[in-house]
Design a protein around this ligand. Sequence first.
Ligand SMILES: Nc1nc2c(ncn2[C@@H]2O[C@H](COP(=O)(O)OP(=O)(O)OP(=O)(O)O)[C@@H](O)[C@H]2O)c(=O)[nH]1
Ligand SMILES: [Mg+2]
Length: 306
Amino acid sequence: MTHADQNPSDPSEQRCGYVAIAGRPNVGKSTLLNAMLGQKLAITAHKPQTTRHQILGIRTVPEGQMVFIDTPGIHRTMPKAINRYMNRVARAVLQDVDVVAWVIDATHFGPDDEALGRELGRLNTPVVCVVNKVDLLADKQTLLQLAQRLSGEFGFDNIVMVSALKKKGLDELGERLLKLLPFSRPFFDEDELTDRSERFIAAEFVREQLIRRLHQELPYAATVEIEGFAREPNLVRIGAVIWVERSGQKGIVIGKGGATLKEIGSSARSALESFLGEKVFLELWVKVKKGWSDDERALQSFGYVD
Ligand SMILES: Nc1nc2c(ncn2[C@@H]2O[C@H](COP(=O)(O)OP(=O)(O)OP(=O)(O)O)[C@@H](O)[C@H]2O)c(=O)[nH]1
Ligand SMILES: [Mg+2]
């Protein structure tokens, strides 16, 4: 046994690099990111197209550092500027990472997955297939068949079965990913979690509540802008504007007697308090900007900038 084997944190043995978390919408990419980090950073919802921006999350272990990049779900059929933006963001990441973790939903492998699998096969970047949501499959035969397809039809041999929700198979996944990263000192300090600002996270946590509560009524029609973020002696004071596309949607977000907006605010506030470890005072306003989600310039002004 060499000295390095006994001491995995020997700097010359450490690995570090970028891991893209990619896949079609709703397969559990953001849930996986949070599970790998052991804390909620990315927003998640049971509706597709929750993630709109790439977000970086850092996992540091004695053997090195994995810098994950969660990406929007790659999809084919949605026509608006915001959909094109989301696909562009996700695809740009694939070119620039050391490894792609391709997340697949064990219960549903369809045409969007097949198209993406073929696209990933043409990259020079190594791919680890992460078959997620295995907690939903009692039938192991289906998993076996899926694994055979992934290696036979798509040529991927590195396949890991996980449940991001139940936190199963994640250590194995971490080990596999780390092995594919180059030897390097960590890029970030070990206590760093993300490259995103607290303002960005605040806007996302508000948007998460909008998606979870109002997805039917406002599929892509809301975005959130932070107007104020101030640290005061015993609390963080945050002001946010929820932008919708039509005046009718404003009423939906506010709800009867302001009830819906109140619920959105109180859930987002408690998520933010856990994230920041501080008391939060969150004030929300709802405003209308006509057709923002299909308007390239409006998108840019709301921070949808590649
Ligand atoms: N049962 C089960 N559900 C899961 C698992 N992982 C994620 N989910 C659920 O799947 C849904 C989608 O999860 P997200 O993490 O938001 O999916 P995503 O791939 O990031 O979605 P987009 O950002 O829209 O592309 C949520 O309701 C999650 O709770 C899992 O391992 N098991
Ligand atoms: Mg997501």
